[in-house]
Design a protein around this ligand. Structure first.
Ligand SMILES: [Zn+2]
Length: 112
């Protein structure tokens, strides 16, 4: 088991992460923790493979990261248009924001 099989720490992004072994822990002997910031999930596994898989599997974080990426792209698109063409019309802003929101949410935007 090498450390490059482990994703970097989700809190501080350090790759100085390692498997922690607590043989007498009633919840399980193994988990992965970050040596740089001391973060470790409050979750224990019985095998190294399970501990590594738990550390590396972050569906919520991955989903949020891709939503943030889309929103940042929408903001950049708006800013680039402003730099290039001056202040956009309301309809350009509304269209860009609705487009970005439709990619991250299945809810229809509330029109007031
Ligand atoms: Zn860390």
């Amino acid at each position: 088991m090498t450390s490059d099989e482990l994703k970097p720490c989700p809190k501080c992004k350090s790759s100085d992460v390692a498997i922690e072994i607590w043989p007498d822990n009633p919840l399980g002997p193994l988990r992965v923790g970050c040596k740089a910031c001391q973060y470790s999930p409050d979750w224990w596994e019985n095998t190294r493979e399970e501990a590594v898989e738990y550390w590396n599997t972050r569906p919520i974080e991955d989903a949020l990261r891709s939503e943030i990426e889309l929103l940042v792209k929408a903001a950049r698109y708006l800013l680039n248009n402003i730099y290039e063409f001056g202040a956009p019309t309301d309809s350009v802003i509304i269209e860009a924001v609705e487009d970005a929101l439709s990619k991250v949410s299945h809810e229809q935007p509330q029109k007031s």
